[in-house]
Every structure is written in C-alpha cells, then in structure tokens.
Design a protein around this ligand. Structure first.
Ligand code: MG
Length: 381
C-alpha cells in the first residue's frame, strides 16, 4: 500500500544535552534524521515531508543528499504546528495513509510500517504501543500513590492515519492546548485508534545515554543484498564493440537497440535485482525510441541512483564476459576503471573476468556474446 510520511525534525531536543539538535547528530556516521527517512523509504514511503526549523533547510539538503522522494518544509513553534505544516505539504491523495514519525526514532523498518498499515484498514489511526515494565508512582519527591499499570501503554511513532481525517482532527483541536502525540488529536476528534505491537527498537533518542546505546545498535541495522544479471547480444557487421563502457576494435559489432553493451546491461540488471526493482527492460523499454543507440552508462547510473534513493550503496561488482573474441584481457583494467567510476566504487571492488565456452554453444560459434554480473548492495534493514 502506498503511503506518505511526515518526519518531525524541528525540535531542539534539549534533554539530550549540549550540542546539535538530536535529529542532526551522527549515528554510525550518518545524521539521525537520515536514518529515519531511509527507513521510511525502504518501507515504501512514496513521498516524505521533513519538517525542520527555519535555519535547518540547508542542513536537511546536506543530511539527505542523494535520497529521492522527500522535501523539507519549515515547522512552527510547537510540535502540533510542525505536524500540520508537514500535512499541508504532502502531495498525497486525501484518503491515503500518512505516517507521522519523530526523526529521533532512527530504527523504523518495513515490518513496523506494515503492521500499522494493516491495522489502518479497520481504524482511523494506528499506533505502535509497548507495555509499561516499571512500577508507576505519582508524587513529587515523596510518593503520593502507586499507579496501576493495568491498561497503560507507551505510545511510539510512526503513527498512521488517513491524511484527510488527521487534518480535520487537527482543525478541531482546541487552541492553546499542546497534544503530546498525533493519536491524541485523533482520539479527541472521536476517531478509533488501533494499537499494534510496538518495538523497543523504535526507541526515541532522548537522553545522552540513549545515543550511546543507539550507536552500538546501529551496526546491525543494515543488510547486504546480492543481485545478479545476465545479458546476451548477437554479433553483426561492424568495426568494434562496446563492453563494460569501453570501446574495443573488432571485425564485427554487437546488434542492439542501445549501444548493445552486454557488460553494462548485465550489471544494470544485477543492481536492480539486488534491490528487487524490476529489470532493465522495464526501466528502459526497447520500444521507446529515446533509448535507440543510447550509451548504456545511462542505464547503469539510473540503477545506481535507485539504490541511493533507498539509502543503499554498492559494495562490489563482479562481471564475467563470455566470448571467443575479441580478447578481453588487454581491456580489462580500463573496464574495471570505467565501472568503478559509474558505481562510485574504488577499482579494487570491481572485477571483470572473461571466459570462452571452448567453441560450444552460441558464444563458441561466435554468433553472440554473453555477460553475467553479480553485485552486493548494502541497504537499510
Ligand atoms: Mg542488452
């Protein structure tokens, strides 16, 4: 199900101690707000509005550089005003789900989001909740009373709503009162808010010690995904071939709609495969005349940008070219350098190999050339 999200990053976070406001601090070398936005993108968010303080628009551009599908707007004096500024800026259809999320909860995943969206089918809102483990006391220095934990829950974010209903609920919220979360606004408006199981990993980074714990947890929050791609093109008349972004003189050419660069096509499919994002034919239909004769580095760059848009990055690539001729070895290092450049990797993370099929099959008969590629990509969980 497609959904939008508002990420609230306008707060000062004074309880977290001196230094940058907490959404802008680094966790595992990356701004905390970026963790949240990447998590929501990886969960399928279609458009994300990040609400920031007036002097943080440039910081947002920097912190979220390379990600797609987000924009930043400035917030108000209070959290409620900031949420409403975010709601006003989302481009979603009225009835589409919107998730409101605190930027300072960096470990949001698709599993969290899926639970909320499923619950939203039968409710006006859905929130992640956790039981209260500690005994609760009311008092001021001295205990006045012990408060029963029965029926008490801690509410986390993201919180999911139908965007039109949440907007209406905010319009009815009494001026001068400050809600502590968005579900309370929906509750006051008479909406039904479903509770789904929360997760300790959705913790809000609030106190200085939270940041130390999160730093240790952050290491395990990314996964490595493999992708593989295969491509073949037929030999025809010509005086050279494009392979892995390098022009090689040959007594024949490769036939194809684009420049027929088998190596880059296999690599493009491998990159798309690693993030389960379709294949090259889907992104660049051969029926579309704009790709006629196109240089295949465009296809690969596009696939790499799709990885970046999900907060992922390439780790390495391994390409195998299968042909009797032309000889690949003399061009291998030039190919590795070109691929490294396109993938944004050091050359020692890129391998190009070649093999023959000892005269067997279509490559053996030199009817065509085949390429295989494998890549590893790291993305948010
Ligand atoms: Mg091809």
């Amino acid at each position: 199900m497609s959904f939008s999200a508002v990420v609230v990053a306008a707060g000062e976070g004074l309880r977290a101690g001196p230094g940058e406001p907490k959404a802008w601090r680094l966790l595992g070398g990356k701004p905390i707000v970026r963790w949240s936005v990447e998590g929501l993108l990886a969960a399928g968010a279609r458009d994300i509005v990040v609400v920031v303080a007036r002097d943080r628009l440039a910081a947002a551009d920097e912190a979220l550089a390379g990600l797609e599908g987000w924009k930043a707007v400035t917030g108000g004096r209070t959290r409620a005003e900031s949420v409403q500024a975010g709601l006003a800026a989302i481009g979603a259809k009225a009835a589409q789900p919107v998730l409101i999320h605190d930027a300072a909860r960096p470990f949001v995943t698709r599993a969290h989001v899926d639970r909320l969206l499923a619950a939203l089918d039968l409710a006006d809102g859905a929130i992640p909740t956790l039981p209260v483990p500690d005994t609760l006391k009311r008092g001021e220095g001295v205990v006045d009373e012990t408060v029963s934990r029965d029926g008490l829950w801690r509410a986390q974010t993201p919180q999911a709503f139908r965007s039109d209903m949440l907007k209406a609920a905010y319009r009815g919220w009494p001026a001068g009162e400050e809600p502590t979360d968005d579900a309370s606004v929906m509750e006051r408006a008479g909406g039904h808010v479903a509770m789904v199981p929360g997760d300790p990993m959705l913790m809000k980074l609030t106190w200085p010690e939270d940041f130390m714990l999160a730093e240790q947890l952050s290491a395990g929050r990314r996964i490595v995904r493999m992708g593989q791609g295969i491509d073949a093109h037929r030999f025809g008349p010509g005086d050279g071939v494009w392979l892995c972004g390098v022009r090689i003189p040959h007594d024949r050419g490769l036939i194809g709609h684009s420049d027929a660069d088998c190596g880059l096509h296999a690599l493009t499919d491998a990159v798309l495969g690693a993030i389960a994002d379709g294949d090259i034919g889907e992104h660049f239909p051969p029926s579309d005349p704009q790709w006629k004769g196109a240089s295949s580095d465009r296809f690969l760059r596009h696939a790499v940008s799709r990885v970046a848009a999900r907060g992922g990055r390439l780790l390495n690539a391994d390409v195998t070219l299968i042909c009797e001729r032309p000889k690949i070895r003399p061009h291998r290092d030039a190919m590795r350098e070109r691929i490294a450049e396109l993938l944004g990797l050091p050359v020692d993370r890129v391998s190009v190999k070649a093999t023959t099929t000892e005269g067997m099959g279509f490559t053996g008969r030199e009817e065509g050339l085949m390429a295989q590629a494998v890549v590893a990509v790291e993305t948010p969980l």
